[in-house]
Design a protein around this ligand. Structure first.
Ligand SMILES: [Zn+2]
Length: 305
């Protein structure tokens, strides 16, 4: 057998065992700081529908990186609520609190690239230098000082302000944070949200990222991390926020009320209508599973405004 031929055989064998990559993987990633509220239900539905209407998979990940902010039992409550609304996830639920070794391994990749450094500046020290943003004072500090708890920062010069969003079009973002080296591991040893979320989305193969507009300003920093890990960023969909009567984002911290699950059909219809979807009058009496099944067929992402 010559080399060409054996290569071909090897190729064929590989092809037959490699599973086809799903066209689309989406996720919902709540932080378990309270029960599901209407704003998070809307985010769950939008991410579910974008994935499912494309024949893809929908994952659930608990963003429980910050133990003091967690509420005991909230993670389980959120999962129970999702199921009661007919939103069933694919695969196992992933908990960020159990993924320290993944984040550490990815951090070490960045250390090897020499694009991160240890920063011992306190917030007050930075303010005393009269800097509006972090000034790169500790750049070049490549060894951890064991006596001091230090943050790890990544060198960031911007250049990632422009990106395309399926709902918002071409975005150009200049936030204060995009002009400074940002923290990827905190002084208290916790990994920062920006690093964890990118590592998880890469590792889980998330390629369709649906989330609230309130996080859109993280996108340039996250796209930079994708670049550092030599990965393509996902396709973004930043959805309109649900506001309360005072025009503030509905959130756990602003005391969003717990969903009344006796009223699931109404809540789902309200959520679909917030997402611009047309509701057929025949569906007004449907139960939640029927509604989810209906919208899996009739969902139109382009109607979201
Ligand atoms: Zn510093």
């Amino acid at each position: 057998m010559d080399d060409n031929c054996s290569n071909q055989v090897a190729k064929q064998t590989t092809n037959s065992v490699v599973k086809q990559t799903p066209a689309c993987i989406g996720r919902f990633a709540p932080s378990p700081s309270g029960p599901l509220h209407f704003g998070s239900l809307v985010a769950a539905i939008a991410s579910y529908m974008v994935a499912k209407s494309n024949g893809g998979r929908w994952l659930v990940r608990m963003e429980d990186l910050d133990p003091p902010r967690e509420v005991a039992g909230a993670a389980q409550q959120i999962l129970t609520s999702l199921e009661s609304f007919g939103l069933y996830w694919d695969g196992e639920v992933v908990y960020q609190s159990q993924r320290q070794s993944l984040y550490q391994q990815k951090l070490e990749e960045l250390i090897r690239q020499k694009i991160v450094y240890y920063c011992s500046c306190s917030r007050r020290a930075i303010e005393n230098r009269n800097q509006a943003v972090y000034d790169g004072h500790c750049r070049g500090q490549l060894k951890a000082d064991r006596l001091n708890s230090q943050a790890v920062r990544i060198m960031f010069a911007g250049g990632f302000e422009c990106f395309d969003d399926q709902l918002c079009g071409h975005c150009q973002f200049y936030s204060k944070a995009d002009k400074q080296d940002f923290i990827i591991k905190r002084r208290d040893g916790l990994f920062a949200y920006q690093l964890a979320v990118v590592c998880d989305d890469i590792e889980q193969g998330v390629d369709h990222l649906v989330r609230g507009m309130d996080i859109i300003d993280s996108t340039p920093r996250q796209n930079y991390l994708y670049h550092c890990f030599a990965k393509a960023p996902p396709i973004y969909y930043h959805i309109p926020l649900v506001l309360d009567g005072a025009g503030r984002k509905l959130s756990k911290s602003s005391g969003a009320p717990r969903l009344n699950e006796n009223n699931k059909t109404d809540l789902l219809l309200k959520a679909f209508s917030h997402l611009g979807q047309k509701v057929d009058a025949a569906m007004l009496d449907a139960d939640s599973e029927e509604l989810i099944a209906y919208f899996e067929k009739h969902w139109q992402t382009e109607l979201i405004k």
